[in-house]
Write a protein that binds this ligand. Structure first.
Ligand code: S3P
Length: 184
């Protein structure tokens, strides 16, 4: 199995870099938050409203377990997690057990905040835990030591999505394979 899991704080670019990296490698891309929304039949914001953060974390853990169990040998997949997923111990235990490399997409907290605000204004991206700039920074600082437990750290500050994906291919030692036929 060839797979990689992208982790990091809100606004780190896990989904956009993941999609581009998968495209460049000819692998499939999977976003854990999208799987949660499909399974629950609700948006992430809706789950937070109806079940609170605890309900969301439970749904997240179940979806992650399902995703990892569903990986077959020969799978070639880039997986993006939501910002809190790699912080919660039941999830990290599942990830360690499957031995898939993890990459922490890192950037300064001001830039992360700006990216989230921009996505909210331009695309209506609703992040229930966005809060105030102070609360955002506090959560970032609390979580950063957890993200640093990933197998690799990739700096993303001031870089374009394509550039980050290309750097990731290099550090992961993965080559470009376009137009591959058959299942991933
Ligand atoms: C969360 C981040 C979100 C989403 C949920 C909780 C978090 O994903 O999973 O709102 O705890 O940081 P993104 O990191 O893609 O925004």
């Amino acid at each position: 199995m060839r797979a990689v899991i992208l982790v990091g704080f809100m606004g780190a670019g896990k989904s956009s870099v993941g999609r581009t990296l998968a495209e460049q490698l000819g692998w499939t891309f999977e976003d854990l938050d999208e799987r949660i929304e499909r399974r629950e039949g609700q948006t992430i914001a809706g789950i937070f409203r109806s079940s609170g953060e605890a309900g969301f974390r439970h749904a997240e853990n179940v979806a992650l377990q399902e995703l990892l169990e569903g990986l077959r040998s020969g799978a070639e997949k880039v997986i993006a997690l939501g910002g809190g997923a790699f912080v919660h111990e039941p999830n990290t235990a599942l990830i360690e057990a499957v031995k898939i490399p993890t990459v922490f997409l890192d950037a300064g907290v001001e830039e992360l905040w700006e990216r989230c605000k921009q996505q909210s204004a331009e695309r209506g991206v609703d992040r229930p835990l966005l809060g105030s700039p102070e609360g955002f920074r506090e959560l970032y600082e609390k979580r950063r030591p957890h993200y640093l437990r990933a197998s690799l750290r990739q700096e993303t500050g001031g870089k374009a999505v394509e550039e980050i994906a290309t750097e990731l291919m290099r550090v992961l030692g993965l080559g470009r394979r376009r137009g591959r036929r058959g299942e991933n």
